[in-house]
Design a protein around this ligand. Structure first.
Ligand code: FES
Length: 164
């Protein structure tokens, strides 16, 4: 079955599209809606968005590949994004990455076999003053160190972390 938004999301998209004089400008909002609805942007979703926004498929592909916030593979229940830019690196993000890679057995971009955790190294998350930062789904976890990260992963495993 072909991928598409449901009726209410199409209406939401069309409401957004009315704010723009050029439909091509709706590409980023459309991709955000797609992330919210599908959790990742598959090839089929890119084809659907290209038709919806009326741009070539290659344009959608380029944008999706450029921004790390657009996932092209199904993420885990908890998607861990570890900032590796300077402020976070100076304050220990290398240790956080190493811990995740060792503890969860994950390489950058991978997902655990049980689908619980996926892991991605990203550039500045815009919270340098609270470095190092790990984003879990939509929530920031700040001023982390390895013990705090270990405790966070345990809480996530037990489903004890509330959305911020
Ligand atoms: S450098 Fe990590 S949030 Fe900016």
């Amino acid at each position: 079955m072909a991928v598409s938004f449901n009726e209410s999301v199409i209406k939401e998209f069309e409401d957004i599209a009315r704010r723009y004089t050029d439909r091509r400008a709706t590409l980023l909002p459309a991709l955000w809606l797609a992330m919210r609805e599908f959790r990742y942007i598959s090839t089929e979703v890119m084809q659907y968005i290209a038709e919806l926004v009326q741009v070539p498929y290659t344009r959608v592909y380029e944008v999706v590949e450029f921004y790390t916030m657009f996932l092209t593979n199904k993420p885990g229940k908890y998607h861990l994004q570890v900032c590796q830019t300077l402020s976070c690196q100076l304050r220990g993000s290398d240790e956080l990455k190493e811990f995740i890679e060792t503890r969860l057995g994950l390489e950058n971009g991978a997902c655990t076999p049980d689908g619980l955790f996926s892991y991605q190294q990203v550039e500045c998350l815009g919270s340098c003053h609270t470095a190092p930062v790990v984003q879990v789904n939509d929530d920031f976890h700040e001023n982390l160190d390895v013990p705090k990260l270990e405790a966070l992963l345990e809480k996530l495993k037990k489903g004890e972390v509330q959305r911020g």
